[in-house]
Design a protein around this ligand. Structure first.
Ligand code: FES
Length: 117
């Protein structure tokens, strides 16, 4: 098990901390816990809308595959701690994850009812 904290953002007013099994992707963890992480392609590594910054625990993650790297190249605001949520599997180390503005926007586009008033 590992603990993931998804930092608050404009669609999620508080930090959300969840426990997940090793091997779970960040996207699956988010989806199972109603955390607003965008996923326009459905998690098949074709869109970059699940782009996150792994603010703590980044080094515990597996190496990025070429497909993930290629798609991440198309994302906005890529940093050294960037990963795609649909391709990133949790190890046993706790993580702190920031959902990028790009991802929040994608989620909001698919869920207009959540748009902040
Ligand atoms: S959901 Fe599209 S690349 Fe991750």
């Amino acid at each position: 098990m590992a603990r993931i904290t998804f930092l608050k953002n404009r669609l999620q007013p508080e930090d959300a901390t969840i426990d997940v099994a090793e091997g779970t992707t960040l996207l699956k963890a988010a989806q199972d816990n109603a955390i607003p992480l965008g996923h326009a392609c459905g998690g098949v590594c074709a869109c970059s809308t699940c782009h996150v910054y792994v603010r703590r625990g980044f080094d515990s993650l597996g190496e990025m595959e070429e497909d993930e790297s290629d798609i991440l190249d198309k994302a906005f605001g890529v940093l050294a701690v960037s990963r795609l949520g649909c391709q990133t599997k949790v190890a046993r180390t706790d993580l702190v994850v920031e959902i990028t503005p790009e991802s929040s926007q994608a989620y909001e586009n698919e869920h207009p009812e959540l748009k902040p008033k």
